[in-house]
Design a protein around this ligand. Sequence first.
Ligand SMILES: Nc1nc2c(c(=O)[nH]1)N[C@H]1C(S)=C(S)[C@@H](COP(=O)(O)OP(=O)(O)OC[C@H]3O[C@@H](n4cnc5c(N)ncnc54)[C@H](O)[C@@H]3O)O[C@H]1N2
Ligand code: MOO
Length: 411
Amino acid sequence: MVQPHPAPQTAWQRTPAEHTAAVRALAPEPRPERIPLPEATGRILARDVASPRELPLWDCSAMDGFAARRADLAEGVVLPVRGDVPAGVAPGPLEPGTAMRIMTGSPVPQGADTVVPVELTDIPRGPVPLPQEVRVDELPAGDNTRAAGSDVTTGQVVAEAGTVLDALTLGAVAAVGVAEVEATRPVRVRAVATGDELAPLGTEPGPGQLPDCNSWLVHGLATALGHPTERVLLDHDDPEELGRRLPELTADTDLLVFTGGVSAGAFEVVRQCLEPRGIEFGQVSMQPGKPQGVGQLDGVTVLCLPGNPVSAVVSFLAFARPWLDAASGREAPGPVTAVLGDGWAKKPGRTQYMPVTLSPEEGRLVARRRSAEGSLSHLASRLAGVDGFAIVPAAAEGVQEGDLVEVMMVP
Ligand SMILES: Nc1nc2c(c(=O)[nH]1)N[C@H]1C(S)=C(S)[C@@H](COP(=O)(O)OP(=O)(O)OC[C@H]3O[C@@H](n4cnc5c(N)ncnc54)[C@H](O)[C@@H]3O)O[C@H]1N2
Ligand code: MOO
């Protein structure tokens, strides 16, 4: 058992917005690097990607059928077929009064301006030999061609700096043939859960112990945002021991996130170790998430979040996420507006973050409390299924069904 340290003094009182700004101000500039496109999945683009070519690369067919001149077409007309235009060939010009068989995406022969879909002719669909002639049974409504450059022109930006290279953005960049991109380096996160009482997942908790979930929560949230994250479990409340381990904890990382040991108890390992080292602790007028600490050690930003699991999640989303967005060049997503599907009373004074589920109903996004016990900070098991946290302003004494609320989303 570690001897208690003197009760720490509260350094500051802030609103959530003030603390978000204070934390965000410590974020380093995003560091870009040039990497092969496949490695950039999930990264954030540091520079616009402009197309080096136009797409389609040529005027092409939108249908499998027969390329012809509109002027030669009439219902029942029979045209001689002068060749095939499969994928991957550059056809010669089309003689007036003739047709060429053409496949979807293939270059329209010079002189042709219309593709008659095979279904509108006497030729059966599918792999049939090239016919000598084709009868047009019905005139196509459109020309069934796609103009060169109608998707993208040379130099046009297909993905903007700040965009996450998700599967679809990656597809767009690959489509224009760009093999390397400038993306921001991922931010390395270390999630440190502290507390004498913590038992690692998969072990049976001893007397007075409980399973650690915070390291998994922080790991999961940071990973979901695309940051490589390492978990550390410090199953003790010894500030001296934590002090000895600090060089190791701050090495090769950009953001160190502690959970637990930050409030006013006699054994607040994180606060007692880090306050003398310049990390500032104080209170944010929010519920949950009141006790917070922030600062820098050896150039690494250190965030100290409260140990109650719901408090840790809310604090991560309100403070760590904006830091991560800023450090990785990602535009911070704002809250989502929803209609409340139920109401509840609240004490005025602190901004409340209520765990809610969201569902689209009759064209509106409806937010409902995840559980009747509301935003109590210890309800770890009720985190399952939470879509976000409805933000109820500090002065409010409650909310009613039908009110509009802003919801801080879970990534
Ligand atoms: N006298 C006061 N007491 C408390 C205050 C206060 O202002 N004055 N603030 C309360 C609030 S609000 C919160 S939130 C908590 C925050 O406390 P700590 O950050 O010091 O967290 P701990 O005491 O270490 O733990 C709180 C609670 O959470 C459980 N916990 C901690 N880590 C984990 C983990 N990794 N996995 C699962 N559960 C964890 C821990 O066992 C405790 O039950 O302080 C209030 N007290
Ligand atoms: O801030 Mo604590 O998170 O209210 O329970």
